[in-house]
Every structure is written in C-alpha cells, then in structure tokens.
Write a protein that binds this ligand. Structure first.
Ligand code: ADP
Ligand code: GN1
Ligand code: MG
Length: 371
C-alpha cells in the first residue's frame, strides 16, 4: 500500500481509537522508512491540545502484526514496572499503547490493514542527525540502559517479528539470488556496488559464526537503534524514551551498538548524494562508545566489548546491502522519495564501511580505552 492510500484509509482508523476532545487535524509524521505514521491533534474542553500517534503497521514487512503488538505490550509493561521502581515517569519513558474500541491493542480495517495508536510523548524530539554531540552520547546511554533493563525479560515469549532480521549471512545469500535474477535490469549499472558486497563475504559471516560458537550471547535487543528511534527531552536533552519497538527480539548487543554508529556517527545523511561529505566521525564514535558501555553498566562480556567495532562495520555493511537489494528488486521494502533513493542510501553505507576499514586501528584503540 502506498502512503497516499494509507492517508485515505486513516479516517476510518481514527474513529476506532477512543479519544477525548475534538479532532483538529492530522498530518503525516516522522521520517521512518517502514510504517505510515500520523500525528493527530485533539482540542480538549479546557482548550488544551492532546496529541496521539496513529500508525499503519506495514504488514507486508511485519507479517504478523498481532504477534508484534503482543511483543510491544509485553515489553512496554515490563519496562513500565522497572521505570516506576526507579522513580521514573512511565507516561514519558516508554511507549503507551491506546486500546481500540474493541478493547484490542490494534484495529484491523476492512482491507486488512492493521493500525495502532500511541500516546504522544510530549516535550521531546527525535533527531535525524546529530545536532549536538552531547545528544548522541545521551542516546548511547539510553540504548545501553534499554538493553540492560531488558536483560531479565523472558526472551522465549518474544515472537520473531521479522525472520532472520540481522542474519547477515542469510541476507548475503539472498543478495546473491537477487543479483542473479536482476528482475529490474538494474545490476549492470551498479557493478561497483555489487562487487563491494561480494568481496566482503567474510564480514557477512563473522557474527553469526561467533554467536553459534557461543562467543557472543543472544540478548533481548532493540535491533533498530538509529537516532530517530529515541526521544530526547526538549529541556534537559536527556534521552527519555526508546521508541520503534517493532524489532525488539533476541539479538546481539554489538548490533545495537553498530546500528547507532552507522546512522549517528556518519558526518552526513543516510541518503547524502555527495559522498565526499560522508565519513565515520571518530569523535562521535568515541562518545557513543563511552555512553553505550556506561548504559550497559557492566553487562557486556569482554568479547562483546572487543567486537564493538565489528558490530559497527557489520551493521553498516548489512544495511548498505539491504538498500542495494531493494534497489535491485525495484524498491519494494524501504519507502523511497526519489528515483535511485535506495542506491544513494547504499552508497553512503559503503563509503562508511570503507572509511571504517581505514580507521580500524583507531576504532579498536578507542574501544580499549573504555573496556
Ligand atoms: P518507523 O518504523 O516507520 O520508523 P516509528 O515508530 O519510528 O516508525 O515512528 C516514526 C516517528 O514518529 C519517530 O521517529 C518519532 O519522531 C515519531 N513518534 C513515534 N512514536 C511517537 C510517540 N509515542 N510520541 C512522539 N513521537 C513519536
Ligand atoms: C528501517 O523503521 P525505521 O525507519 O526506523 C529499518 C531498519 C534500517 C533503517 C535504515 C523494520 O528503520 O532495519 O536499519 O530503516 N527497519 C526495518 O534507515 O526494516
Ligand atoms: Mg523509526
């Protein structure tokens, strides 16, 4: 379904989530690549405005939205208890699901679309780029802390919302198939990018092998730790809430670290066309390393700490490969806003991987400082 179609369907969905006040308006919201997000604004009788986030879950990607919402309810109610124990504010420090008029955590429309609503987290912002290095540090502490809070979550109760989400080796195999099929006839013009992936097969296989050998533990992780999946308080600039919990599943801690580096430590946007603007900023890498290790508060093993740079490289490589796969398949997964958008995105990721390869010793030295 296109975003335009989602816009047309949302009026029906809105009616199925009970609310106070009068609906003033709605707008598409945020820069996520997957779900269709709307901001709804209601005027209360005292004149105050109450906001709600409405999302159409992308069920082409999240094939079992009901199981997905079970995960989210499980994780958010678990976090809520911990937040209250720690004297925090459960209204702002985790997502709050709004129940539908049928008493469910979602609404399914006649066309089979699944919708959900969250209370809007007031007085906080999610950023698409690091405007202030201190914010990046705060996001690192929060993502590390998030993982530690979930350390004793019953992982077995979590559904796998996307199978093999960070199974980089499986994604590599699929990439080879997509290149061989070349169903849009786009492969010939992007041979450099294809070769970049193929030459690094061992990067795709490293972490899965270590996990199977018991060298890296499976933990409950977020799996999509980009900067715009965290809300920072407008006044204190502390990271108050980790959002976008669709991919919370058993995974590797170093992948959560790595995905944040790939997005936030880059000196340019994920879809920057001028590649001379893209590198992995070692100052930001250091700040994030320091914050993440602090947030994990001693829970990472020696091996995990040693492998943090590899987490950054693998996540960046995997994401570039996913963008390129999608480009070759005709842009069916990530939402695009211009022709060649996924190709532009893949190029920034590969530029970052190449830059990390150059800076490998520095990255390892930085991590050692905080071990
Ligand atoms: P996607 O999976 O498409 O990335 P997200 O769940 O990350 O969707 O939501 C997209 C954006 O909407 C976020 O980056 C954030 O800015 C905003 N957002 C999502 N949930 C909330 C919320 N509860 N309160 C305030 N803003 C939110
Ligand atoms: C997607 O949903 P969003 O925009 O936060 C994607 C991530 C990618 C990211 C790249 C479920 O994240 O895995 O790393 O785009 N999420 C899913 O920007 O595939
Ligand atoms: Mg998001």
């Amino acid at each position: 379904m296109t975003r335009e179609e989602a816009c047309m369907k949302k009026d029906d969905a809105i009616k199925h989530f009970p609310h106070e006040g009068k609906l003033l308006g709605y707008d598409l919201y945020g820069n996520g690549h997957i779900n269709d997000t709307f901001l709804l604004e209601y005027e209360l009788c005292d004149g105050n405005i109450k906001k709600v986030i409405l999302q159409r879950m992308n069920h082409e990607i999240f094939k079992k939205p009901i199981e997905l919402m079970e995960n989210i309810l499980g994780v958010t109610s678990f976090l809520k208890e911990k937040i209250i124990e720690n004297g925090g504010d459960p209204e702002r420090e985790t997502l709050n699901v709004i129940t539908s008029d049928e008493g469910l955590p979602y609404y399914q429309d006649v066309d089979g679309n699944y919708w959900r609503a969250y209370r809007f987290i007031e007085g906080a912002t999610s950023f698409d780029t690091v405007e202030n290095p201190e914010d990046f540090y705060e996001s690192a502490v929060a993502f590390g802390h998030f993982q530690r809070l979930l350390a004793d979550y019953p992982a077995k109760t979590l559904h796998e919302t996307i199978e093999g989400f960070h199974d980089t080796a499986a994604r590599f195999k699929r990439f080879e198939q997509v290149v061989a099929e070349d169903k849009c006839g786009r492969a010939a013009a992007v041979q450099n990018e294809i070769q970049f992936v193929l030459k690094r097969k061992e990067v795709a296989e490293t972490l899965g092998a270590m996990q199977r050998a018991g060298e890296l533990p499976l933990r409950v992780t977020h799996n999509d730790t980009k900067l715009n999946n965290i809300m920072l308080d407008d006044k204190t600039h502390k990271a108050i809430c980790v959002i976008d919990l669709d991919t919370v599943m058993p995974g590797l801690a170093i992948n959560d670290f790595g995905d944040s580096i790939r997005f936030g430590a880059s000196t340019g946007a994920e879809d920057e066309i001028d590649l001379s603007k893209i590198e992995c900023d070692m100052k930001l890498f250091e700040l994030y390393t320091k914050g993440f290790i602090q947030g994990c508060n001693g829970s990472l093993t020696q091996k995990e700490l040693e492998m943090l740079p590899m987490g950054a490289k693998v996540m960046t490589y995997e994401c570039g490969m996913r963008f390129l796969t999608d480009y070759l398949e005709g842009d069916v997964y990530f939402r695009i806003h211009r022709e060649g958008h996924n190709l532009d995105r893949c190029r920034t990721q590969f530029k970052l991987v190449a830059d990390m390869e150059q800076k490998w010793d520095t990255m390892n030295e930085i991590v050692k400082k905080y071990m």
